[in-house]
Design a protein around this ligand. Structure first.
Ligand SMILES: [Zn+2]
Length: 420
């Protein structure tokens, strides 16, 4: 066979194979499909073959000379998929970081007109071009840290034209940057200041104006709602998500983050692709997610920056047969692009094993954004999105933390980042 390039001699090659159709559940989550002395062959932007170095070398057609990438002593795995990130916003909130340290809660900061409102103001002021420029910096950092596909949510415009501007900036980013960016409309991120005393008017604006426009213009694939006490209640969230479905936008829910509101049950009821956060999910909610096979996207960095003592009940979710994925929740309140950090937090604070965390950050994460047929594993015909990590085995990835272990990122078959 003719290959453009081959990666040879990986100490561990993690294929994550066999879960493109249905996500990894229960004990399967720890099965990474490891090949020792592993190799991957790439043709154009696709994976052509995966096996041991001997097997792949045998497949190389005599007389052809594919480019050889040596991975001796390294771990090779699929690019990270980050299925929950807020993108293309302006403004930072380091002031609030200090207030938080001094004891203010997220809700206290929000009610005092801080928090998300600060980002909304800055994002409304910024042009689409500025949002793209800022987003590019974010995506560059993500790529260097091994993310090759990311979800991007709007939700800092909170007015039709500014929500559209944010979504169009996300579209621009997908076109100009090597990372694939999957767009989510999140007009229902918070009730904007202007509608504080008449939230129902804002719900109507989202349902009657924004959702139809976003859908008709193909600006998003998903529609997300922050179902939370003091934000959108279950009934409002249900109405918004059902409207989204009428327009073929797939529902997602910010669910049971700060209170046990029933967001998980709602996600199951409306057939959401994912329910995210879930720090306060009830046992009933867990059962509902398992039954409906909604992906639980866990965001340990958010719990970390909110200085929560309790994280999402990852073990309970895994044991109940809920598909579990991990994401950064990159946003101005949770400033990290690093999926490597997320793995460490998932292991130490949610007691996921390194293998489980890696599966949750690759193939299961791909399921959470409907990309499991193209990315998330190293299998023939999938997009050649591949990481070479400078560690002798996969457990080192969360174990050796706080630095960037990525040596090379191959995106669509091409080297998109190299540490040397
Ligand atoms: Zn979020």
């Amino acid at each position: 066979m003719h290959f453009d390039s081959v990666i040879l001699h990986a100490a561990e090659l993690l294929t994550l194979a066999g879960a493109s159709h249905t996500p990894k559940l229960g004990t399967e989550l720890a099965e990474l499909g490891i090949i020792k002395d592993g190799a991957v062959a790439i043709q154009e932007n696709r994976i052509a073959a995966v096996g041991t170095t001997r097997e792949i070398e045998k497949l190389v057609k005599a007389g052809t000379r594919p480019k050889v990438i040596d991975a001796t002593g390294k771990t090779v795995l699929p690019g990270f998929v980050d299925p929950h990130a807020h993108l293309a916003f302006a403004g930072t909130r380091e002031k609030e970081f200090v207030q938080k340290i001094q004891g203010a809660s997220y809700m206290e900061i929000l009610e005092a007109g801080g928090g998300i409102n600060v980002t909304v103001k800055a994002t409304r002021k910024a042009s689409r071009k500025t949002l793209v420029r800022l987003g590019q910096h974010t995506l560059n950092r993500m790529l260097r840290y091994g993310t090759t596909t990311v979800e991007g949510k709007s939700g800092y415009g909170l007015e039709p034209k500014h929500e559209y501007k944010q979504l169009l900036a996300i579209r621009d980013l997908n076109l100009i940057h090597p990372i694939d960016v999957v767009p989510t409309f999140m007009g229902a991120h918070v009730v904007p200041q202007k509608y504080k005393d008449r939230p129902e008017h804002y719900v109507k604006l989202v349902m009657e104006k924004m959702i139809p426009t976003v859908a008709k213009k193909g600006m998003a694939e998903f529609c997300d709602v922050f179902a939370e006490e003091g934000v959108f209640d279950i009934n409002q969230s249900r109405r918004i998500l059902n409207r989204a479905k009428e327009y073929d936008l797939i529902p997602k829910v910010h669910a049971d983050e700060m209170t046990t509101l029933g967001g998980a049950e709602l996600a199951a009821e409306v057939g959401a692709i994912s329910a995210d956060h879930l720090l306060k999910v009830s046992n009933q909610g867990i059962q509902a997610l398992a039954k409906a096979q909604v992906v639980a996207v866990l965001l340990p960095a958010t719990a970390f920056v909110l200085m929560e003592k309790e994280y999402a009940p990852a073990r309970k979710l895994i044991d109940a047969g809920v598909p579990v994925a991990l994401a950064t929740d990159y946003n101005p309140n949770c400033m990290t692009e690093s999926m490597q950090l997320i793995l460490t937090l998932a292991c130490l604070n949610m007691r996921m094993t390194p293998a489980e965390a890696i599966a949750a950050a690759t193939i299961n994460a791909a399921h959470a954004i409907n990309r499991s047929h193209v990315v998330g594993s190293l299998e023939p015909n999938k997009q050649a999105d591949i990481l070479i990590i400078d560690t002798p085995n996969h457990a080192h990835i969360p174990y050796h933390f706080g630095i960037n272990l990525v040596e090379k990122v191959i995106k669509n078959g091409k080297i998109a980042f190299s540490a040397q």
